[in-house]
Design a protein around this ligand. Structure first.
Ligand SMILES: Nc1nc2c(ncn2[C@@H]2O[C@H](COP(=O)(O)OP(=O)(O)OP(=O)(O)O)[C@@H](O)[C@H]2O)c(=O)[nH]1
Ligand SMILES: [Mg+2]
Length: 195
């Protein structure tokens, strides 16, 4: 965490924390970072070419034409005391090598899940469980996808009862902001337990 003091009389600077937005290919990570960011998000999108046929599973997101090859970056001010720096991960296995760099210093993670392709978020969940990084699961409710109760998703993913699971729409700023606030609450609770 980073904090400090601004010029005389302006009070303390907000605490800045780093958050990861992870999940499987096409789960909506870039969409979420773009929806909430108050700065123009940095994106590293590359066009999906025919080379990816048979490698990238586009079922459900057939109109998707680009994919993140390094990271997304955005920023959101939660209140006068807290600013989040958001780092969206690439979704494809072949870009795993950037994850360790991206994860450095992150206090927590959102794992975005698409119920049409739930197993795609297992690698993200494994990653954060192994690193003891607090995370929550946000089910991105794509149009046309069956709606599932968060408890059903929790059972299907076989994750601990202490891990929050919530529904969201990654395209909507307010919905995405609620996800980030839920993560911060979970991080604070996790730290309280581990002290
Ligand atoms: N209907 C609907 N479409 C969405 C939603 N979120 C994302 N999309 C669309 O789904 C596709 C995937 O979105 P991205 O945000 O690029 O997904 P990503 O997880 O960053 O993908 P990778 O970086 O390639 O792993 C895009 O075409 C979005 O327009 C959503 O909540 N509802
Ligand atoms: Mg992306």
């Amino acid at each position: 965490m980073v904090s400090g003091h601004s010029e005389a009389g302006q009070g303390p600077l907000p605490t800045a924390v780093k958050i990861l937005v992870a999940g499987g290919f096409g789960a909506g990570k870039t969409t979420l970072v773009g929806a909430v960011s108050e700065i123009r998000p940095l994106r590293t999108e590359e066009t999906i070419t025919e080379e990816s046929t048979g490698i990238d599973d586009l079922s459900g997101v057939e109109r998707k034409s680009t994919t993140t090859v390094a990271m997304d970056f955005g920023r959101i001010t939660i209140n006068s005391e807290l600013v989040l720096y958001l780092f969206g991960t690439p979704g494809q296995d072949r870009f795993w090598f950037v994850w360790d760099e991206l994860a450095l210093g992150a206090i927590g993670a959102v794992v975005l899940a698409d119920t049409r392709r739930l197993p795609d978020c297992f690698p993200s969940i494994d990653y954060f469980e192994r690193r003891n990084t607090p995370f929550i699961v946000a089910v991105n409710c794509f149009d046309g996808a069956a709606r599932h109760d968060p408890d059903e998703v929790r059972a299907a993913l076989d994750i601990d009862a202490s891990v929050p699971v919530m529904l969201c729409d990654a395209r909507r700023k307010e919905s995405s902001k609620e996800v980030l606030i839920a993560l911060i609450q979970h991080v604070v609770e996790s730290e309280a337990v581990s002290v």
